[in-house]
Ligand binder design. Structure first.
Ligand code: HEM
Length: 146
């Protein structure tokens, strides 16, 4: 059981991180002034799908992490830090990225390429960096076995 949960924990991590990276690249394209509206509609669909894939990966990580916690005995500091910081990053990612992605997707579909959209895109870009840095910090803690 522990091995299966560990596998899904790692699979979820790969899917989540990969999807966020892909989404950040789509957002970079959506911010560009040199890309046509047609291409932006395609990028918008892609970022919406990547958001769903990323959220699924994050959920799988959370559930498998909970199962791993249940199967392991005493928790060293690095596991407590991973659970606390990692859990917060997962929940932040699930709420902030999913909501922002939905709002800007609706705006792009209606063709409103205005100042509000560019602010929304900047915010989503910064949010995805915060999540990526959070994941890297947790990976650092896990590698160092703090
Ligand atoms: C950003 C979020 C997270 C990252 C990057 C992460 C990463 C990892 C990695 C790389 C391992 C394998 C460690 C090893 O076997 O050497 C691991 C194991 C584990 N994770 Fe996470 N994790 C995250 C979030 C969570 C959360 C939210 C929970 C709990 C709900 C959790 C619970 C566990 C447990 C219990 C283990 C097994 C520890 C052991 O071997 O005793 N993780 N995690």
């Amino acid at each position: 059981m522990k091995d299966v949960a560990w596998f899904f924990h790692m699979l979820g991590l790969a899917v989540w991180l990969g999807a966020i990276l892909g989404m950040a690249v789509c957002v970079l394209g959506l911010r560009s002034r040199h890309i046509s509206n047609d291409v932006k509609q395609v990028l918008n669909k892609l970022q919406g799908k990547l958001t769903i894939v990323g959220a699924a990966g994050a959920l799988v990580m959370l559930i498998s992490g909970g199962i791993l916690l249940g199967t392991s005995g005493a928790s060293p500091l690095w596991v407590n830090l991973m659970t606390g910081i990692g859990g917060a990053v997962i929940i932040f990612s699930l709420i902030a990225i999913t909501l922002q992605s939905h709002f800007l997707s609706v705006r792009i579909q209606s063709g409103s390429f205005d100042d509000i959209l560019s602010r929304q895109l900047n915010l989503l870009y910064v949010t995805s960096w915060i999540v990526m840095i959070g994941i890297i910090v947790v990976l650092g803690i896990v590698s160092a076995r703090l």
